[in-house]
Design a protein around this ligand. Sequence first.
Ligand SMILES: [Zn+2]
Length: 553
Amino acid sequence: MAIMVNQVGYEADALGKKAVVSRPGSYVLKNAAGEEAWQGETGTAVQDPLCGETLYPLDFGSVRAAGKYYLEDGQGEHSDTFEIGKDVYAGVHNAMVKALYFQRCGCALEEKYAGPYIHAACHMADSRIYGEEGQTLEARGGWHDAGDYGRYITPGAVTVGHLLYAYKMYPRAFEEKLNIPESGNGAADVLNECRYELEWMLKMQREDGGVYHKLTAWSHAPFVMPEEDKDPFYAYSVSSLAVADFCACMALASGVYHSVDQAFADRMEGAARLSWQWLEKNPEPLLFTNPEGSNTGEYGDRADADERLWAAAEMMLLAARKGENVGTYRDELRKILDTGLGVTDFGWTDVAGFAALAVLTDSEKTAGEEILGVFREAVLAEADRLVCLSTRNAFGMAMEAKDFCWGSNMVVTNRGILLALACEIPGEQAASSRARYREVIQAQTDYLLGKNITGYSFVTGFGEHAYRYPHLRTTAADGIDAPMAGWVSGGPNGRPGDELAIRMIPAGTPPMKCYLDREECYSLNEMTIYWNSSAVFVTAFLRSRKPEGGRES
Ligand SMILES: [Zn+2]
């Protein structure tokens, strides 16, 4: 028996406040005093393909009074307690941004910002340049990427990309101070935190505009605190993936930081231009594979067209801001779009969705009607496909069984980004479509925060049954019982890849049930900076949107 709810809660004015239950019948909603606030019946049974069970929807959307609540059936079963109120996602949103502070490398984490999760400065030595005998690079800083201590350009660029677009589109969601060292300096803390990564990325650029793909040890460290990880780090070879993502990210950031710190914005603009020149001189893909025997993250990719598309889009907007001719960049955009490349994803393998974000949120419409039309059509077609998917499972989610891959929670939230972008497109689509997009974004968020068959909220510290054992070296090694709050788990994976998960999850298990809250399970329960940033985009949207889908101005 299960009563599945968003364990954090529901906006008071949201159109749908939905639970999913495994037994049909009558349910009551009770407030903290145990008084009945609502009573209702389950809806039509759904044979759910994601978890393999027959489930029933329960919609208590009419309840608007702020408070703590739980659902109860007639047989003494009750749900986790959740909140109905205004701005209920503020806490989880801010914690998911603040979590990045705990990944800072090359500095000590101090108690006044980190609470008990302190550590000494880590990875302070210069790195070696792989394959270049005797050459070193000072590249301290940046965020540890995930449960390991590596730092990688392409996922770093994607993380900053999610966050900067969220900030540009929903600035009101980023007004609170997060108690990081720069808090109170006049800039939004999300920009302060992103700058920590951007400063590191700048160190990874060579004088010729090439950018090292990653900075890691040869092998992953054991589960020790970061300052105890003394293995030498290497800057591995330049890839066109890293150069293009770097170029895009710096061009984007130079526009955002323009009003915060002109000198910093100028540095990033220069770096973007230099890497663009490198891309022009090196038109063929220069991909990346780990050297034989090295087991740190590869972040390999089969093509760089999507990375080049994002770079061209951001460089076009940079040039437009400067009053320069944008023809070169627009031609590059058109050339890549003509190949039929998909433009609706926002992950590290496929960044073309960031080009759509750039072009479609540009109030000057620099790309021109023809290119805008290509992006609009692709985004709306994908949004409508996602809405269609959401009608085929009990959770109202835009997911199908095959989407439960490694890091499935980023599929969940990246689809929220796509739907949020679809809400930006004016004209053709009716207000009713935008309301549906919003409803699916809510369903994706409900799932992440507990309305799922595992019963876990997939964000540490948020929800009565939040997962507790992320695959994260600091959490494993710090001797503190609870993990820091705000980390998004990778989530259920229908094709688990780690030893324990393979041993414990029987073949044929429905994909949403393929989850264990175990720190050994890197293929189910790691965290990464870019799973957080994608989720932050979605909570920023929910904090800033009116129920009918329009953005608050
Ligand atoms: Zn470190």
